[in-house]
Design a protein around this ligand. Structure first.
Ligand code: CO
Length: 135
């Protein structure tokens, strides 16, 4: 079902500090900050060739990563995202197999403008998994 690893998302308390380390110490191709107020984050994309790292900083009230950073103030890996060809079929198969889809179970438009959903981390060994539809 799952295709390529689209990105690894890391929640960080300070985007400028975090992205400078990727650029200056790791020598990575680091993009500019992009504010996504409708998703409650500011993101910086880092292209690593075979996938991307996305650094996420909370933006505004009720950010979806605020709770994570309250528990992990130094930052940490927040989720990994795999591509799927048909997100509705994927959700149906996952639920039939006993996995939990977060929220109301329906795909939403994600940070890349594509349909996404998230799977319960307790069903995947403590890892929050995002599925993003790519046709
Ligand atoms: Co993501």
């Amino acid at each position: 079902m799952i295709g390529r690893l689209n990105h690894i998302a890391i929640a960080v308390p300070d985007l400028a500090t975090a992205s400078a380390k990727y650029r200056d110490l790791l020598g990575a191709q680091v993009g500019q900050p992009i504010a996504l107020p409708e998703h409650g984050v500011t993101v910086i994309f880092i292209d690593t060739g075979n996938t991307k790292v996305e650094l996420l900083e909370p933006l505004g009230e009720g950010s979806p990563i605020a709770g994570f950073l309250a528990k992990t103030p130094g930052g940490g890996m927040h989720h990994i995202c795999f591509e799927v060809a048909d997100i509705t079929a994927a959700a149906r198969a996952l639920v039939a197999g006993g996995a939990r889809v977060l929220g109301d179970g329906e795909p939403k438009t994600g940070a890349h403008g594509l349909p996404v959903l998230f799977l319960h981390p307790k069903d995947f060994d403590g890892t929050l998994i995002e599925l993003e539809q790519h046709r």
